[in-house]
Design a protein around this ligand. Sequence first.
Ligand SMILES: C[S@@+](CC[C@H](N)C(=O)[O-])C[C@H]1O[C@@H](n2cnc3c(N)ncnc32)[C@H](O)[C@@H]1O
Length: 220
Amino acid sequence: MSSRTAYWNSRYQRGRIWGDDPCRSALLANDYFKRYHVRNVLVPGCGYGRNSFYFALQGFDVTAFDISDMAINQAVEYANSQSVKNIHYEVGDIFDQRFFQEKKFDGVYLSNVIHLFLKTERQNLMDRISSLLKPKGVFAFSCISIYDSNNYGIGNEIEPNTFIKHEGKPLHFFDEQEIKTLLQPHYRILDQRLHVQTESDPNGDSEDLQLWFVAAEKLW
Ligand SMILES: C[S@@+](CC[C@H](N)C(=O)[O-])C[C@H]1O[C@@H](n2cnc3c(N)ncnc32)[C@H](O)[C@@H]1O
């Protein structure tokens, strides 16, 4: 088992740690998916499925996966308990090229995943997402911003705007320009805005995160 899987399994051992409600960015993404006639949605790094489940309820045909088998077990159990059929879950690593080799999607939604990686991996992740998205498909994502004053600047800065607050877990904080650069030249940005997401954990602690929401159309 990779150290990344072990880390996330240990987090999810405590159950549905951020609750059942979808993220605000999922609600925003839903509007764009509908506006751009998206029918099937891929949710990489879906965790225990709070957002993929919501997309299924919205009528999309959903495929979701995560590197944590513990999270996927919880996600499958929850979808079955609610008799929701239009979600397909898998355990997998977004960087594994063999994964979904043949399949392309109308929409991809990525919640709070891209900021977990260093620069080279972020670029690899973007390449992977582009390879999984159809031309004219919609990529919607959320990530932490440099305006998150609760977390920005805490720990060792190992790359520009990337800090190690918890051992082995880099956190990269995006500014406006970096998001534009990340999406060039293959995407047209439809929306890029800051929003606050309140995450509550099982200890009863809650934290307001200052996140970006971005929706972009793949041009070719
Ligand atoms: C901050 S959590 C967000 C979970 C989910 N998107 C949500 O908002 O509820 C990051 C997720 O990314 C997953 N992850 C990390 N690296 C991954 C990889 N290489 N491939 C697939 N999933 C990964 C973790 O297991 C974890 O569930």
